[in-house]
Design a binder for this molecule. Sequence first.
Ligand SMILES: *Cc1c(COP(=O)(O)O)cnc(C)c1O
Ligand code: SF4
Length: 353
Amino acid sequence: MTEVPTESDIASEAAITTETSTWKNSMKLAIRDSKTLMDALGLAPEQMAANGLAEQQFPVFVPLEFLSRMRQKDPTDPLLLQVLAQDTEMDIAQSYHQDPVGDSLVEVAPGLLHKYRGRVLMIVSGACAVHCRYCFRRHYPYNTAPKRFEDWLPSLDYIRNDSTIHEVILSGGDPLTVTDDRLAELVEHLDAIPHLARLRIHTRLPVVIPQRVDDALCRWLSATRLSKWVVLHINHANEIDGGVVDAIRRLQSCGAIVLNQAVLLRDINDSVKALSELCERLVNLGVLPYYLHQLDRVAGAQHFEVDESQGLHLVSELAKRLPGFAVPKYVVEISGEASKSPILPEHRLAFLE
Ligand SMILES: *Cc1c(COP(=O)(O)O)cnc(C)c1O
Ligand code: SF4
């Protein structure tokens, strides 16, 4: 399960500069229970369908910066619905599993997943800056994720010994919950592996706490020779405020190409309006909408699922309204496949067979 860094983890960082302590402070001040969340939005507890069991299993975690983009007194707010614990999470449907995408089968070193050719995914942290209720990694055994630099050494050895690997994806949890000193050290080691060409970072932190993209982060990111790809995770246009725009500009100015992935979520972004506003907003900021994911069937998330037929309809409507580069690839992750699998309309499938 996703964990939150403890006070002592944060305090143990030897040299906290004023600059980097800002985002760490936001982590400390984050809301950690549904009641406080509802109070902050002026909602009564009765408006929340929850008896507390769901949040015992996967705690609520919402930084104030993310809260500030939610509408007051609106129980249907698309940002609130992503983070609010609900009783329906406890009704587990048959086809929903703890590890829906087969991650445990492809772990080649502690915290290193080698699932697809040419690229590996490193789980550098078990912590996140927000807890998304639909997260497919909500049951991942993060307590086994590496905690100290030495814990990454087996992964670095694996990467060094396989010259077919050209790209390392820093993921989690959220890799940017790790301090810049440690990330800088890790990236320096990756930089020294000659067959690596690309560094990719999968993160939601620049969206949730935009001040995470500070000078210290830009320093190590700008310094690497590797080509830099940052994949954000934004599901709704309301998540993008002025702070997020600044964070995106800063990432771009330190040489990163910024992409976005979204998850198709019932009652959150399952409309032509919501998706087209999101994609248009992104491309206007120079961010490419990369993937629209069909929900992974993780136990506890079934109430977020949108039918594939509806998803296909939405994507075809986007294609009629937006430039081609603004339309994300609609994909699903199937355990054992060589890549994410595109979801295609039936007439296209018939053509392929
Ligand atoms: C999604 C994923 C990737 C990256 O896939 P791309 O299609 O290149 O974005 C890599 N490794 C793992 C384990 C993944 O789940
Ligand atoms: S979706 Fe990303 S940010 Fe949200 S809980 Fe999962 S790993 Fe963390």
